[in-house]
Every structure is written in C-alpha cells, then in structure tokens.
Design a protein around this ligand. Structure first.
Ligand code: NAG
Ligand code: NAG
Ligand code: NAG
Ligand code: NAG
Ligand code: NAG
Ligand code: NAG
Ligand code: NAG
Ligand code: NAG
Ligand code: NAG
Ligand code: NAG
Ligand code: NAG
Ligand code: NAG
Length: 643
C-alpha cells in the first residue's frame, strides 16, 4: 500500500511515539528542510539542554525533600541548594545480567521511587524523582526500557497488574517451538520481520529477538509494541513534562567482520533524541527519529527520509544481543516463514561472528567527518552488539561525560562474576581502565579496588563508595562523579539466579524484586538505620568539596563506613570467591531473614542445585569472561544444559 507522503506526515505528527507505518516496517516520510542529522559529540544536544532546564526544576524540589527527610545534622537542605549556582545531577546505572539483572534492578529502582509503598519510610524514596539520568544495559535495560516505554510506569504498578512481565513461559523452550504458549506468536513475529525486509531493510537475529522480548515488555497491545519507537519516549507525557530521568540504552560497536571486543571498542548510547558515541572513534550523534534514512555525512541523499526504524524492542534487543543466540536453539521444524529462514541460514552458515549482531543499515554515520578513526564512518553498515560485551557491564559511559556534569552515580551491579552468580566488581575495573586508553577522551572514573581486594575484604557485602575524596583524584583527567556501588546481595531470597534462566513464575519474580529493594536499602534500613543519611551525604559531597564546606561528623562517619580506603589486597594467597549467602552472613539477624526467605518459592535446596552447574555459569557470565570463541567453547554446551 502506498500512501501519499503528506498522509504519512499527518500520521507521523499525530502519533509520533509510534512508527508512522503502524507496523514494524520503517516508513517513508519527507525529509525536513535542510536536514542534517549528524553533529559532533562536542557537547550535549540542544534538545537535551532544553529538557534539562525543566528536569532540574523538578529534581531540585525532590532533592530538597529527600535531603530534608534524611535530617542531616547541621544541614539546611534548602539553604544549601540555593547557595549552589547549579543543580546537583544524580545518575543511576543498572547493569546487565538477563532477567536476574532486570528483576533485582526492579527492586532496587523501586526502593528509590516514591511511588513504592514503604520507599519513603524504610528506603530511599524520592531519589528516583531527584535523579537526572538513568542508564540501562542489556538486562538492566529491559528494566529501564520497560518503564520508559510504558509511559513511565512503576515497578509496583507492573507487578500488581497482569499485562506485562509475565515471565512464566520462556521465550524459547527446550526442544519445542513455543513462545509464551501461543505458536501463532511466531507467525506475528515472522510477519513483522517480513514487513521490514519488504520495505527494503536488512534484518538480523536481533530483530527476531527484539520482537520476541517485546511481548513481555509492552504486552499484547499494538501487537507487542510492534510500531513503538525508542525516540517515541519523548512523546509520552512524563518525558516532555520532565517527570522522569533522561534514559539511556547502552550498546557496543563491533567492527565489521571481527569478533574481538576490547576497551578500544566504541560505546554507543541511545537516548530519546539521539544515537551516537562520545568516543573519539566516532565522536558523533545522529537524530534517532530519522535513522534508516539514506544519508551521506548526515545529509539525506534524497527528499525521502525514513522514520520508525528505531523500534523500541529492537533497541532493547540490541543492548542485549548476546541472548540472540538462544534463538538458534529453536526447533526450526515447527517454525515457518522468515523466522525459519533467518535462523536456518545462521545455523547452516555457522556464522558465529554475526549471530549476536544487530545490523543497522544504512549506517547513519556514513562519511561523517568527526571521527578519529575511519572504521565506522566508512562502512555501509553499523554493527552494534550487547552493551556488556566490552566487559563494562554497568552502563557508566553516558554518565561519565564531563559535559553531563554528574555529581554522583548510583551503580547497581547485578552481574554474575563469581561462580555463584554474584558480582565481584569486574566491570568497575573495566571502566576504570578505559579512561587511560585512546577512547578515554577526558572521561574519568575513580580508583577502584581490584577484584581480589573486593573478594578478600568482603567489599560486596554492603554498598561501597568510590572516589570519596576529590583531592585524591586530581591526577585523573577530570574529577569524576562519586560512585555509590550497590551490589546484588541475597537477603530474603536467592537473587543470584543464572543469567540464562529464562523463565520465572510470579512468586520467584516478586521475591527477587523484594530482595532488590532490600539490597538497595541495607535490608530496609535495619542493618544501618542511617543508610539514607549516608546516601544524602554522598549526594551533596562534590558540591561541599567545591565550596569548601567541611563535612559534618555524621557524614564523616558514613564515609568511614562506606568509602573504600584505598587499600589493595596484596596477599599471595589466591583469593577464592566465597559464596555470599544470607545464611552464612553474620551482619544481620539470620533467623528472621531466613524465615522470611522460607515464604518465598526459592529454597536453599534449589540454589544448591544451581551451584552444581555454576562452573558453566561462570564461564558465560556477563563480564570479562567473554572472549573470542566464546560461543563455540562456552555457550554452546551451556545452552545444552539450560534448555
Ligand atoms: C520508500 O522510498 C524508497 C526510495 O527512497 C523506495 O524504494 C521504497 O519503495 C519506498 N517505500 C515505500 C513503502 O513506499
Ligand atoms: C511523591 O512525592 C511528591 C512530592 O512530594 C508528592 O506530591 C507525591 O504525592 C509523592 N507520591 C507518593 C505516592 O507518595
Ligand atoms: C522491605 O520493604 C519492602 C518494601 O516496603 C517490603 O516489600 C519487604 O517485605 C520488606 N522486607 C522485609 C524483610 O520486611
Ligand atoms: C501517561 O501518564 C500520565 C501520568 O503521568 C497520564 O496523565 C497520561 O494519561 C498517560 N498517558 C497514556 C497514553 O497512558
Ligand atoms: C521439533 O518439532 C517437531 C514438530 O513439532 C517434533 O516432531 C520434533 O520432535 C521436535 N524436535 C526436537 C528435537 O524437539
Ligand atoms: C587501542 O588503540 C590504540 C590506539 O589506536 C592502540 O595503540 C592499541 O594497541 C589498541 N589496543 C588494543 C587492545 O587493541
Ligand atoms: C571475578 O569475576 C571474573 C568474571 O567476571 C572472574 O574472571 C574472576 O575470576 C573473578 N574473581 C574473583 C576473585 O572472584
Ligand atoms: C575527544 O575527542 C575529540 C575527537 O577526537 C577531540 O576533538 C577532543 O579534543 C577530545 N577531548 C578530550 C578532552 O580529549
Ligand atoms: C569476610 O567474610 C568472611 C565470612 O563472613 C570472614 O570469615 C572474613 O573474616 C571476612 N574478611 C574480612 C577481611 O572481613
Ligand atoms: C576553596 O579553597 C581553595 C583552597 O583553599 C580555594 O582555592 C578555592 O577558591 C576555594 N573555593 C571556594 C568556592 O571558596
Ligand atoms: C588515592 O590516589 C592513589 C593514586 O594517587 C590511588 O592509588 C589510591 O587508590 C587512591 N585512594 C582512593 C581511596 O581512591
Ligand atoms: C550458604 O551458607 C551456608 C552456611 O555457611 C552453607 O552451608 C551453604 O552451602 C551456602 N550456600 C551456598 C549456595 O553457597
């Protein structure tokens, strides 16, 4: 069907959150006059700048309330904030790690959300409303993307309803076809992919993966958000009203025909306005809404441009493309259409180098002039992969850009680094190291304890503050934000499920979400009743330093308790990752917590059985265990075990 262009434009104006085609196929629209979609990454976009003014008017109010509630000694929140000639920027980052990361992250974010019952009285309620930025990666991005693309819904609203996050049925079942129990779903997915191909666009496994995920995140309406776009976030009321933080989805660039990913790779951010990278290897941003248009140096090559390419599920699938390869386990005999064709061609070509790739074609950065390296800008294709594949499993990059001027980052780490799927801070080291390489480009990250130190000194048993003392950071490019690292800790349920556990019944799901709340709040402020005060101390700290305001004794005590003191473990003894679990942990009331855990569906027994296969889990955990040959060596046997 060919609609006249003006008709498409009218549709585009009415429902701009959605693809004007109303389907998965990108749509032709007239190009804006004098269009030039690419700009250098020399600063934040005008759109972001304008938006921030509105957001800051709101975060200032919520931050004052949050600080008031913390009731710090010798501290008048209102007077303090008025004294500053800027707004404090709080950034939140949610790590990857499949549904484990999504669910733990959900509990953690709900602890900061003043819409959650109990968050104000025994949590960090209001901090989400006081935050400027929100970054998600892979599984963490399933969380942040679900919230942002569902009109800024809340975790509590999601789990009290029954339209999304029904994880009971795995997207892929062992040996079987099925998806969430209805085979026709695959036909819909197949049709969507076919629509995109018919419109003349390349597709990859990531398209299928993104479509499949979308039914869990966007529900049945609009056929699983088939026409919902990531740039469409900007059209839901809470965004233009600046009632939500500015969301990022993080992915990594992969050079054509390579599989190796290291700290030289290009880190990309999707935000509601743009896609691009601050790294010198690209140093450009393009207008997200017009991706899919044929361009050269950011300028359209004809009058016809494209919209609707940036499908929401496709972006979430891109950030989590490592999971694509599960599709190769589908029993193709029971599949039909384009899904069958695509999966079959991957299976028969054994094209391992690209089965985790999201293809973006045409490349919006073709022939642009701001990049220090030619690799990306001379390719017809832009290849993006899972945001965790460069070992930086916590999406710090967008929050570390000096242009964004972030004061404090709350980093929620739900990675599976240790044998039993807890984090060990590996991704902190990766981000720390990156600042000194050719892609660092003026970003800074505080000094970090080594992985051995983290394990040997039990630093993941509670939150950890990094970069507490700016005067010790002057050797770095710039003074980085203070980092509040909050690891996954098991309090009332086994929150260390495998990255590749693909189905959760509602009890399991809700138990992990509850545990996430507890991990973010020091067990609902029972382990440390001053935790929310300490968080307040962390938030105001950089501005106190800038203004030569001496920290109160109360805050100094908090810093004594939570800041890393710089000591590294130097013992010769090999540090073995210990199983952290709430029955063996001694810093809180074990019996009552165990009792609480007993209500949940997960038992110690089930966790032990999970530990049995843990050596496999470790080999494929998100983070530095990636390597070339990863699929063949580690994942293939893994998939056999999991499904
Ligand atoms: C969109 O425009 C391109 C030319 O730029 C054309 O090849 C294609 O058929 C058009 N698609 C639709 C659906 O009109
Ligand atoms: C969240 O905080 C705002 C500002 O104080 C308040 O208006 C709103 O009622 C709070 N929401 C809930 C659910 O408590
Ligand atoms: C901690 O607080 C959350 C949110 O109010 C609640 O759901 C959970 O049951 C509490 N945990 C315990 C152990 O009381
Ligand atoms: C989105 O949420 C806002 C409240 O934040 C509400 O006023 C609006 O009607 C919602 N829009 C849609 C499309 O649900
Ligand atoms: C694949 O599906 C077909 C038809 O549904 C079934 O007969 C066959 O046993 C399945 N194969 C495997 C390996 O599960
Ligand atoms: C990263 O890039 C720099 C400069 O281009 C180069 O010297 C270095 O060898 C690269 N490192 C890796 C691990 O590829
Ligand atoms: C930390 O995690 C990484 C994998 O993410 C692993 O290679 C390393 O051995 C772990 N170290 C310790 C001490 O647990
Ligand atoms: C960052 O990279 C760009 C592009 O290579 C360069 O122009 C700029 O000077 C760099 N900034 C810093 C602070 O190194
Ligand atoms: C770490 O925790 C273990 C188990 O609780 C304990 O035996 C050990 O002494 C702790 N190490 C340090 C340095 O606190
Ligand atoms: C803070 O103190 C330092 C050194 O004592 C001084 O250079 C700086 O100007 C002071 N800053 C403010 C904002 O007073
Ligand atoms: C202080 O700086 C030194 C480098 O000058 C670094 O090795 C150390 O880890 C830093 N301490 C902290 C607590 O960050
Ligand atoms: C948890 O700790 C208890 C007591 O130390 C131990 O018996 C159990 O094996 C541990 N569980 C795991 C999964 O490590």
């Amino acid at each position: 069907m060919l609609l006249p262009l003006y008709a498409l434009l009218v549709i585009a104006d009415c429902v701009a959150a959605f693809n004007p085609s109303g389907s998965y196929a990108p749509a032709n629209v007239s190009c804006p006059e004098d269009a030039s979609f690419v700009r250098p990454a020399s600063g934040i976009s005008e759109s972001e700048t304008e938006w921030l003014k509105k957001r800051h008017a709101i975060t200032d109010v919520y931050l004052a309330e949050f600080l008031d509630r913390a009731d710090l000694e010798d501290f008048d929140a209102q007077a303090f904030l008025e004294l500053l000639n800027r707004s404090i920027n709080v950034g939140l980052a949610f790590s990857g790690g499949g549904y484990r990361a999504m669910l733990n992250g959900a509990g953690q974010i709900s602890a900061l959300d003043n819409r959650t019952a109990g968050a104000d009285s025994h949590g960090l309620g209001g901090l989400l409303q006081a935050s400027t930025y929100l970054a998600g990666l892979s599984g963490g991005n399933w969380l942040t993307g679900t919230l942002a693309l569902n009109n800024w819904t809340s975790v509590e609203e999601i789990i009290s309803g029954d339209t999304i996050w029904d994880l009971e049925h795995s997207i892929i079942n062992s040996g079987g076809i099925n998806i969430f129990s209805t085979a026709p779903r695959w036909d819909d997915i197949s049709d969507a992919i076919q629509d995109k191909q018919d419109a003349g666009f390349n597709t990859s496994l990531t398209d299928i993966w993104g479509r499949a995920l979308s039914y869990q995140f966007f529900g049945e309406e609009d056929d699983g958000g088939v026409s919902l776009t990531f740039s469409g976030i900007a059209q839901f009321e809470p965004f233009p009203n600046a009632e939500m933080p500015f969301p990022f989805s993080v992915a990594v660039g992969r050079a054509p025909h390579t599989r190796i990913i290291n700290l030289n790779s290009t880190v990309f951010e999707f935000n509601p306005f743009e896609l691009g990278s601050w790294d010198p290897s690209l140093y450009s941003f393009t207008e997200l809404r017009y991706m899919g248009s044929d361009v050269s140096n950011g300028e359209p090559t004809s009058d016809i441009c494209v919209q609707g390419y940036d499908n929401g599920g496709f972006v979430l699938g891109t950030s989590s493309s490592l999971f694509n390869q599960f599709l190769l386990q589908l029993n193709t005999t029971s599949l039909t259409g384009i899904v069958y064709d695509l999966i079959h061609s991957f299976l028969t070509n054994l094209d391992e180098d690209s089965d985790d790739v999201a293809i973006y074609h045409p490349n919006p950065f073709l022939d642009t002039s701001y990049a220090a390296l030619q690799t990306i800008v001379e390719s017809e294709y832009l290849f993006l992969v899972d945001g965790g594949e460069d070992y930086q499993n916590i999406p710090f990059a967008p929050l570390l850009q000096p242009e964004r001027d972030v004061d404090v980052i709350f980093a929620f780490d739900n990675s599976a680094d240790t044998d039993d799927n807890f984090p060990n801070g590996t991704s902190l080291s990766a981000t720390y190291d990156r600042q000194f390489g050719s892609q660092g480009n003026g970003t800074s990250f505080p000094y970090v304890p080594s992985m051995d130190t983290i394990i040997a000194y039990n630093l993941t048993e509670k939150p950890l503050f990094l970069g507490c003392n700016a005067s010790n950071l002057t050797d770095l490019g710039t003074i980085p934000p203070l980092v509040v690292y909050i690891p996954n800790i098991a309090y009332t349920t086994w929150s260390n499920t495998s990255t590749f556990k693909m189905s959760y019944d509602n009890d399991e799901r809700d138990a992990i979400i509850q545990n996430g709340f507890e991990a973010a709040t020091r067990y609902n402020l029972t382990i440390d009743e001053n935790w929310h005060k300490c968080v307040a101390c962390a938030i105001i700290h950089r501005e106190q330093e800038r203004n030569n305001i001496t920290q109160s004794d109360e805050c100094a005590e908090c810093f004594q308790e939570y800041c890393w003191n710089g000591e590294q473990y130097t013992g010769d003894e090999k540090v073995l990752a210990r199983s952290l679990n709430y029955t063996s942990s001694s810093n809180h009331e074990v019996s009552s917590i165990s009792a609480a855990g007993a209500d949940g569906s997960t038992s110690t027994a089930s966790t032990s059985s999970q530990s049995t296969s843990s050596s496999h889990n470790a080999a494929v955990s998100f983070g530095p265990s990636y390597s070339a040959g990863f699929i063949a060596v580690a994942v293939a046997p893994m998939i056999g075990l999991m499904f």
